[in-house]
Design a protein around this ligand. Structure first.
Ligand code: GAL
Length: 411
């Protein structure tokens, strides 16, 4: 067991150390908008070379969780086909633990709701080909105040998570933090995870308070750039806006996180949820589903299972798209993809119907470039488009395209 863990770890380090040639390949691409930067490769755990995809319990269930829910969610992830589209992580958020550590100082799963323990749950999830995520906190208590945080117990807790077979840690930022800043507290857990003997994706959740985009790429694989999302239009759009200014800091191995998806929770219209999912995909956000996937309606499933939108998020170049034009709530967002392609979103954020247009100069294409424009929501292609792309959109609706330049007109 020990030997196979060390072998696994060695393989990961080899992958990580080859990341500079991977990075060099990225820079071969001629991208119309800025490609991700080399600095993003500094956390050498080899994980999250594309944004993590999965599910998290918090947005829909809050503290109302138990092991049956987690198992049923894993079952649904497979039976709905979502796992085969890339959704891998089943992440337990706050409220999984007893309020106190055991006599040796270890965290303990709550007996009334997780009686079989986390290791058994991890085994169950792994047997389905999925990964298990857990949650802790860089303070003395988690945000629910129902279980201890990991401050001062980082090595012990990282080892516990590794021994349980945990694959992902979301690490929150609640009190008491002993007056230490996130920059001081988060690297301790990062180190502890690296030493734990198991590759564990590290997701920082300090809500953007200390501008983590500027320092967390050497600490974790994703970092929240915002406070908590709520299931409404204003909250979703403001998370997108706050996250946008950090676009140049994201890249393979380290991603800006504007918080988890609300698609399917009922507080937005289908068009608003399509825009939410499209923007999260374009900005290379982790795609963590936040609804009850055991009971999704067709519209929700249709959004979350859109392979072409997912492919933009998972494109190997890893360049975060951003807002490139905004006037009277009519916006164009765009980002680079591998093989000279460009992803574009036309987004009507106004309260009436309107036409939104992206001209080639807005998205970094030369004036004479001809493109084939693939509409990722209607799944249809318009050939040889030149100069601009335009759409009439209902209030709050968007169009999302991948533009493939004809090679003869590209340069
Ligand atoms: C918040 C965090 C949420 C959720 C919650 C749990 O701080 O941003 O995503 O984890 O704590 O209490």
């Amino acid at each position: 067991m020990e030997a196979s863990l060390s072998l696994c770890w060695l393989v990961l380090l080899l992958i990580a150390s080859s990341s500079s040639s991977y990075a060099a390949r990225l820079f071969d691409a001629t991208s119309p908008v800025s490609p991700p930067q080399l600095a993003r490769y500094s956390l050498l755990n080899g994980l999250a070379l594309t944004p993590p995809m999965g599910w998290n319990s918090w947005n829909h269930f809050g503290c109302n969780i138990n092991e049956d829910l987690i198992k049923q969610t894993a079952d649904a992830m497979v039976s709905t086909g979502l796992s085969s589209l890339g959704y891998q992580y089943i992440n337990i958020d706050d409220c999984w633990g007893e309020p106190a550590r055991d006599s040796q100082g270890n965290l303990v799963a709550k007996a009334s709701t997780f009686p079989s323990g986390i290791k058994t749950l991890a085994d169950y999830v792994h047997a389905k080909g999925l990964m298990l995520g857990i949650y802790s906190d860089a303070g003395t208590q988690t945000c629910s105040k129902r279980q201890p945080g990991s401050l001062g117990h980082e090595d012990r807790d990282a080892k516990t998570f590794a021994s349980w077979g945990v694959d992902y840690l979301k690490y929150d930022n609640c009190e008491d933090t002993h007056s230490l800043s996130p920059k001081e507290r988060y690297p301790i857990m990062s180190e502890a995870l690296l030493k734990s003997g198991r590759p564990i994706l590290f997701s920082l959740c300090e809500w953007g308070v200390q501008d983590p985009a500027t320092w967390a790429s050497s600490v974790g694989n994703s970092w929240r750039t915002t406070g908590d999302i709520a299931d409404n239009w204003n909250s979703m759009t403001s998370r997108a806006d706050e996250n946008d200014k950090w676009a140049s800091y994201a890249g393979p191995g380290g991603w800006n996180d504007p918080d988890m998806l609300e698609v399917g929770n009922g507080g937005m219209t289908t068009e608003e949820y399509k825009a939410h999912f499209s923007i999260w995909a374009l900005v290379k956000a982790p795609l963590l589903i936040g609804c009850d996937i055991r009971a999704m309606d067709d519209a929700t499933y249709g959004i979350l299972s859109n392979k072409e939108v997912i492919a933009v998020n998972q494109d190997k170049l890893g360049g975060q798209g951003k807002r490139v034009k905004s006037k009277n709530d009519l916006e164009v967002w765009a980002g680079p993809l591998s093989n000279h392609k460009v992803a574009v979103i036309l987004w009507n954020r106004s309260s009436t119907n309107a036409t939104v247009t992206a001209s080639w100069s807005d998205i970094g294409l030369k004036p004479g470039t001809l493109v084939d424009a693939r509409d990722l929501w209607t799944h249809s292609t318009v050939s040889s488009v030149s100069g601009e792309i335009s759409a009439e959109l209902e209030s709050h609706a968007c169009k999302m395209y991948v533009l493939t330049p004809h090679s003869t007109t590209r340069s």
